[in-house]
Design a protein around this ligand. Structure first.
Ligand code: BES
Ligand code: ZN
Ligand code: ZN
Length: 498
């Protein structure tokens, strides 16, 4: 079955309409809150909850969340006392994560329905939307290949009840927007998690085409003849050893309303990265099915833009290849001309992302857009510099960089700027070509970005290196192990600001 946009049922309603029809009910509390009077639950249950709240383990913060069985009229529900921390510690990110943890706890118990009761006077009321994001994002599971785990997946409905009636309408609107975006994040996660024997270039292209058609996007797939005709020789050079042939996918979303801006999103689509003839050691090769995460995220972003009917004209340009090994593979030392005519000595075939992106960036610039943002699992050096929770942004345009940073902060994805230091450009000098594709051991993320910069002539441009956070080895509050869909939330927010 093809990947699909599939939402968990979710809603925001007034607390007045809350009834005991949920298997799990979350009661978020700040550390010093003793008062349950604002919550629309029965008196007997309140007493039971207060008993637990007064226990040392809860009051002293040794247990952040505790289940209590409902009493009397609420007896069909389990209540989760959720300690958010002291008021001074509570932030947008902590609310997102706490709400996510609560969702996972409900889902681990096999509950089908979950309600969050949001108190009127909460000090984090302005961050309710972040809580909604956390709860929905945390509901994701990837169980395609596990029969038993699939059966355990039970959560079908998440609802939020709000005391402040006048805010129900606006929070409902936010929920609607968040749900549509989260659905797209899940598609990106699915694609990163799918092993390459199931999702190679052919199958991925089919899935993108199917989702694009459903969303009403224009979709053009350029195959080898077209790539050669247009001079995209670097994409050919990286993809030529693969049985499934290299290609470039171009999607376009045109809003019905007049567009406020024209943006190109460019994503690295390496369906598998063996390193090519500069072969990766086995331990580093494991996991390289996720090397198409940049592509998955830009595609999921344009799907979200269409679902949300954002007033921005968006292009997605994504080269799709497999960096494979064969007798006809590109050799270290080969020289290949990019779309813009610059020649590249391919000193290391494992630095393939920047090669395919070079041609794709030239193509994107030819579309005549206002800004270009590219997203790529580009360098191991970025993981060394920032770890696996933070992506890097590098940009020659301060405004675009700030827009990315503000968007990422609001949507809970950590991104940090690195300098595009021109002095390091000399590290990319080749003795026989205009450029070489590696810059030595130092500042690997910066030299990779400087390489990309050679292929954007005049358009405002930012580059996101998501090698770290694109997947996670440890379970996160809002994401299980595997693909995270990192950058989709940020890019959707970015488009809203364009
Ligand atoms: N896909 C990798 C980067 C990567 C490494 C992503 C680890 C996620 C986790 C990229 O194609 C690559 O292999 N880069 C090389 C570049 C080097 C040869 C200059 C790297 O980072 O080692
Ligand atoms: Zn590589
Ligand atoms: Zn790669």
């Amino acid at each position: 079955m093809y990947s699909q946009l599939q939402s968990i049922v979710s809603s925001v309603s007034s607390s007045q309409s809350y009834g005991p029809q949920y298997q799990a009910v979350v009661i978020p509390l700040t550390k010093d809150s003793k008062d349950l009077s604002g919550f629309a639950i029965g008196a007997q249950t309140k007493t039971a909850l207060e008993d637990v709240m007064n226990c040392d383990f809860f009051a002293q913060d040794r247990e952040r969340a505790s289940w209590v069985k409902g009493q009397g009229e609420d007896q069909a529900s389990f209540f989760l006392l959720l300690q958010l921390g002291a008021e001074s510690e509570i932030s947008r990110d902590s609310v997102r994560n706490s709400f996510g943890e609560a969702c996972k706890m409900a889902s681990a118990r096999g509950f089908e329905s979950l309600a969050y009761l949001l108190p009127d006077n909460a000090c984090y009321a302005k961050d309710f939307d972040a809580g909604i994001e956390g709860a929905l994002l945390a509901s994701y599971r990837f169980t395609n290949y596990q029969k038993e785990e699939k059966l355990k997946q039970s959560l079908k409905k998440i609802s939020f009840y709000l005391d402040a009636e006048d805010q129900v309408g606006s929070l409902s609107e936010r929920l609607n927007e968040i749900t549509k975006t989260v659905d797209c994040v899940f598609v990106a996660r699915d694609w990163s998690n799918q092993p390459t024997n199931e999702l190679g270039p052919d199958r991925y292209t089919e899935e993108v085409e199917a989702l694009a058609a459903k969303a009403g996007l224009n979709c053009t797939v350029m195959h080898e003849d077209e790539l050669i005709k247009r001079g995209m020789n670097l994409i050919m050079a990286v993809g030529k050893a693969s049985v499934e042939r290299p290609r470039l996918i171009h999607l376009e979303y045109k809003p019905k309303a007049p567009a406020k801006a024209k943006i190109a999103l460019v994503g690295k689509g390496v369906m598998y990265d063996t390193g090519g003839l500069s072969l990766k050691p086995s331990a580093s090769m494991m996991g390289m099915k996720m090397d198409m995460s940049g592509s998955g995220c830009v595609v999921s972003t344009i799907l979200a833009a269409a679902a949300l009917e954002l007033p921005v004209h968006v292009h997605v340009v994504t080269p799709v290849v497999e960096n494979a090994v064969a007798g006809n593979a590109t050799r270290p030392g080969d020289v290949v001309a990019a779309k813009n005519g610059k020649t590249v000595e391919i000193e290391n075939t494992d630095a393939e992302g920047r090669l395919i992106l070079a041609d794709a960036l030239c193509y994107a610039e030819d579309l005549g857009v206002d800004r270009i943002v590219d997203v790529a699992t580009l360098t191991g050096a970025c993981l060394i510099a920032l770890g696996d929770e933070i992506a890097a942004v590098l940009s020659s345009d301060e405004e675009t960089k700030q827009m990315i940073l503000e968007s990422s902060k609001l949507r809970g994805e950590k991104i940090w700027p690195l300098p595009l230091e021109e002095n390091y450009k000399k590290l990319l000098k080749s003795p026989i070509a205009d450029l070489r594709n590696i810059g030595g051991r130092n500042a690997g993320t910066i030299t990779a970005a400087l390489f990309l910069k050679e292929f954007v002539e005049k358009t405002k441009w930012a580059h996101l290196d998501i090698a770290g956070p694109s997947d996670t080895e440890k379970e996160l509050p809002i994401c299980p192990r595997g693909g995270t869909g990192f950058s989709t939330m940020t890019l959707v927010e970015f488009l809203k600001r364009c």
